[in-house]
Design a protein around this ligand. Structure first.
Ligand SMILES: Nc1ncnc2c1ncn2[C@@H]1O[C@H](COP(=O)(O)OP(=O)(O)O)[C@@H](O)[C@H]1O
Ligand SMILES: O=P(O)(O)O[C@H]1O[C@H](CO)[C@@H](O[C@H]2O[C@H](CO)[C@@H](O)[C@H](O)[C@H]2O)[C@H](O)[C@H]1O
Length: 475
C-alpha cells in the first residue's frame, strides 16, 4: 500500500464495501466515487501486518456534498479465519482489510498510545497522569454503533471516529474536561490518537491541513448494562402483567431513573465548572428559538407530517423565549438511555459527540442543560412505546397496553426529574414551556431521524410530537 497508485487500485473494491459497513452514515445515498485524500503509514509497508491511516472522500450520484471518513487499513500477504470477513480487496501481492478487526493491529495501536509515539502526522498520546492500561490484543465491539470500537480485555475501550471532521472531537474534549474535574460520572480517559485532515488539492483547494481526532481510549466499564436494555426489560415486565401498575411489577425502573437524574445533574455541574456557563439575554434566547425553527424547517422539507403541523410546532418551540435569561453551558447534546451505562457502582454517561448529523460548530455551541433533560425524557417515551411500535405501523395497540406504557413513561420521567432536581438544586419542571420546547425540538429531529434510518420506529416520535403540540400537561 501507501503509494497513491496502490491506494487507487483499491478504490473499486472500496466502493462496493463501504455501503455495507454499519458506520457508513450515508446509506440513503448511492455512492458515485471514492477517492483518497490522505494517508499516513503507521508501520513500514512490508511489515506483517502493515497498517496505515487513510482519509477517504465519498461522492454521491445525487450530486450533493461529499462525506469524508477515516479508516485504519491493514495488509497481509494472506488472511484467514477471523479476518476474512474484514477483507476489502487485494492490492499487489497483499490483501487489504479493515485493521480494527485484527487483534495484532489493535495491540500495536494501544502500545503506541501507552508509549507516547508520533509517526508522521499521527500523535499517539497517553492521558497525563493516568495509569497505562495493560497492552494486549483488542476485540472488536459487535453491535449497534455509529463509530467502531475495540475492547482490550475488559480494561480499556478504543473508539475510532469514522467521520473525518476537522477540529477536536467533542467526545474527547468533554471527557478531557470531565477528567480534569475528577468526574465519577464518565469512564476515565486513557489516551487518544490525533491526526491531521490533509489540505485538499485542485478544485477542492479551499482549506489547508487541519487537526483532527482519530480515536479515543477510555477505561472499560466492566460488568455494566446499558440503560436502554434495562429500561426495555422493565417495560416488558410491565406489559406482560396487564393488570399491575409500574410500581407493583418486579422490574420497576423508577429508582434507577432517579439515580440517573442525579448522575446527569452532576455531569452538568462538572461541565459548567470546567468549561464555564453564561446567561443568555433576550437576543441570545431569540437565537436559540430561531435555531430550533431552522431545524423544524429542515424536517418539514423532508417529512410531510411535520410540514402539515409546522405552524403549531413552531408555536410550541417559541416557548423557549419564556426563559428569563437562559443559562447555557457545554452539554452532552445527544443524551438517551443508550448513552448510559449502569455499572456496579452507579451510572455513567458515554458518547459526548452530540447529534451525529449536526456540523461540529453546532455541536460545540453552549446550550441549556434542559436540552439533555428533555432528550432523556424523550428516551423514556421511546422505551415505553417501543414494544407497541410494531403494532402501530398497522393496527393500534390495545388501549390498556397504551395506558400501561404511558404510566411507565410518566413514572420514570418524573423520577428522573426528581433525581435531577435533588442535585441541580432546581427542578427542570419549573421551566415547563422551555422544557417542552426542547422536548418537541428533539421529537421533530427524531421524526426525521427515524424516517431516514428506522421507518418502523416512526410511530414513536410521531405520537410524542402530537402530544407535545396538543397538550399543555407537565413533564
Ligand atoms: N467506557 C465504556 N465501557 C464499557 N462499554 C462501553 C464504554 N464506552 C462505550 N461502551 C459500549 O460501546 C457502545 C458504543 O459506544 P459509543 O460511545 O456510544 O459509540 P458510538 O459513538 O459509535 O455510538 C456503547 O453502547 C456501549 O455498549
Ligand atoms: O446513538 P447516536 O449518537 O448515534 O444517536 C442517534 O441514534 C439514536 C438511536 O440509536 C437516536 O436515539 C433515538 O432512539 C433511541 C432508542 O434507540 C431513544 O432512546 C432516543 O430517545 C431517540 O432519540 C438519537 O436521537 C440519534 O441522534
Amino acid at each position: 500500500m501507501t503509494t497513491p497508485l496502490l491506494l487507487d487500485a483499491l478504490l473499486p473494491a472500496l466502493t462496493e464495501w463501504l455501503p455495507e459497513q454499519r458506520w457508513f452514515a450515508a446509506k440513503d445515498r448511492t455512492v458515485a466515487a471514492v477517492r483518497f485524500v490522505g494517508h499516513q503509514e503507521i508501520t513500514p509497508a512490508d511489515a506483517v501486518p502493515a497498517v496505515e491511516h487513510a482519509v477517504i472522500a465519498v461522492s454521491f450520484t445525487d450530486g450533493g456534498p461529499e462525506e469524508t471518513f477515516q479508516m485504519l487499513l491493514a495488509t497481509r500477504p494472506r488472511v484467514s479465519g477471523d479476518l476474512e470477513h474484514a477483507v476489502i480487496g487485494a492490492v499487489g501481492d497483499r490483501m487489504v482489510y479493515d485493521g480494527l478487526a485484527d487483534g495484532e493491529v489493535s495491540r500495536l495501536l494501544l502500545s503506541m498510545i501507552v508509549s507516547d509515539t508520533t509517526v508522521g502526522t499521527l500523535r499517539f498520546v497517553p492521558e497525563p497522569g493516568v495509569e497505562a492500561p495493560v497492552v494486549g490484543p483488542g476485540r472488536p465491539l459487535l453491535g449497534e454503533q455509529s463509530n467502531s470500537s475495540v475492547i482490550y480485555g475488559e480494561r480499556a475501550i478504543m473508539k475510532l471516529f469514522r467521520r473525518a471532521t476537522p477540529g477536536l472531537n467533542p467526545d474527547l474534549e468533554l471527557h478531557r474536561a470531565l477528567g480534569r474535574e475528577r468526574s465519577g460520572e464518565v469512564a476515565p480517559l486513557l489516551g487518544a490518537i490525533e491526526g491531521v485532515l490533509p489540505a485538499e488539492e485542485g478544485e477542492h483547494a479551499d482549506r489547508g491541513p487541519l487537526p483532527m481526532t482519530v480515536a479515543m481510549l477510555q477505561s472499560y466499564a466492566a460488568n455494566s448494562a446499558d440503560g436502554w436494555s434495562m429500561a426495555l426489560t422493565s417495560v416488558r415486565d410491565l406489559l406482560a402483567e396487564g393488570d399491575l401498575r409500574p410500581d407493583e411489577v418486579g422490574g420497576d425502573f423508577a429508582g434507577e431513573a432517579q439515580r440517573l437524574g442525579k448522575t446527569i445533574a452532576s455531569v452538568h455541574i462538572e461541565l459548567a465548572r470546567g468549561l464555564g456557563s453564561d446567561r443568555l439575554g433576550s437576543d441570545g434566547v431569540a437565537a436559540v428559538a430561531d435555531w430550533m425553527l431552522d431545524r423544524l424547517d429542515l424536517a418539514a422539507a423532508a417529512v410531510e407530517v411535520v410540514a402539515a403541523q409546522r405552524d403549531e410546532i413552531a408555536r410550541v418551540l417559541q416557548g423557549v423565549r419564556a426563559a428569563d435569561g437562559l443559562l447555557v453551558q457545554r452539554v452532552h447534546g445527544d443524551l438517551h438511555l443508550g448513552q448510559t451505562l449502569r455499572t456496579p457502582r452507579g451510572w455513567l454517561a458515554i458518547d459526548f459527540e452530540g447529534e451525529p448529523s449536526r456540523p461540529l460548530h453546532d455541536r460545540v455551541r453552549p446550550d441549556s442543560p434542559l436540552r439533555d433533560v428533555a432528550a432523556m425524557l424523550r428516551s423514556f417515551d421511546y422505551a415505553a412505546f417501543h414494544q407497541l411500535a410494531e403494532w402501530e405501523t398497522g393496527a393500534e395497540a390495545p388501549a390498556y397496553l397504551q395506558r400501561r406504557a404511558q404510566e411507565w413513561a410518566d413514572r420514570n420521567r418524573s423520577a428522573f426529574c426528581d433525581g435531577y432536581a435533588e442535585i441541580a438544586g432546581a427542578d427542570p419542571r419549573d421551566q415547563l414551556d422551555v422544557l417542552r420546547a426542547y422536548e418537541l425540538d428533539k421529537a421533530v429531529y427524531e421524526v426525521l431521524y427515524e424516517t431516514r434510518n428506522r421507518p418502523n420506529w416512526l410511530a414513536i416520535p410521531l405520537r410524542s410530537m402530537a402530544r407535545l403540540v396538543g397538550d399543555t400537561a407537565g413533564a
